[in-house]
Design a protein around this ligand. Sequence first.
Ligand code: ATP
Ligand code: MG
Length: 344
Amino acid sequence: STIVNAPNALSIPQSIEDNPGDFRMLTGDRPTGLLHVGHYFGTLQGRVRLQNLGVDTLVLIADYQVLTDRDAADRLPHYVEEFLLDYLAVGIDPSRSTIFAHSAVPALNQLLLPFLSLVSTAELSRNPTVKEEIAASGRDAVSGLMFTYPVHQAADLLFCNADIAPVGDDQIPHLELTRTIARRFNDRYEPLFTLPQALLSRAPRLRGLDGSAKMGKSLSNAIPLSASADETARMIRTATTDADRHITYDPEGRPEVSNLLLIASLCTGHDPHELADGLDGAAALKRLLTEAVNEHFAPIRLRRQEYARDRAQLRAILRDGNARASAIADDTLARVHRAMRTAY
Ligand code: ATP
Ligand code: MG
């Protein structure tokens, strides 16, 4: 088989390349659906690269944040297991990285209370990502958690003093709020917290196959990492393109076609303009993209199937990660209590 020269969507700052051991990264995902190629090029690939460089890596399954806008809690255990399979398959190595779930780390959740006291309701209600998500939820009633989950995310990053978070661009406002909270805590009490930075990839917001603004877990416009080659082909065949037979890479003018070229470029390492030059029509573009995705993800999908044989191992990995995260969170909470004079 052809060896795909898999490119990296992320360029890593020199300071991290030079001294990876000085950095800690944290990032995570909500178990609301299957992880897809948008997650892969937006953040998963970056996590693996940072981990492999020697950056201390924490990966969070944000189960408590599913409650923000979903009722379907019965699907949680399923998606948590699917996430673990995806993480392992893409190369997150539990012997080097800590994989844990919100609900299993009580001390992390306790940070929410002092952190909430450090932000105003005005700051919470003008968060642009929260506004987008409220609009997208299509619900009349908006839960209090919808406005406060970014503060919970601040607790995620700050409990472990993460320096960097490889994320998609919807997380930028949350990182900004996290830095504000850290700064205010440090000023008011004691300088305990590091101010974390977002690390964006070349695909900070991959569009859906339907051309909509974001490939999303629950939007039926995503190629899951776990899809088979045939399922991938079927989904790409239905992708939205436009009426112009001549294929060009023009993200502003031709968002749908350009997104497909971008995904093919990320999978193959070829320049999207060059890919476009060799193509005659949308069907050819779709064939190229199908081959690129299936080739790039074939080894990942194979590893996923192998890991899926041992479900007990998955649970053990999560238990172990939960314990490691809890130890860090207990230590941070004790420091916070001392700083706030709530340690008696
Ligand atoms: P949900 O609709 O349930 O919120 P989501 O697709 O936004 O699902 P999250 O779990 O909220 O997924 O996000 C996980 C990470 O993946 C975040 O860093 C987010 O920015 C990133 N991400 C999500 N979708 C994309 C995308 N289409 N392109 C690039 N990055 C993405
Ligand atoms: Mg989201």
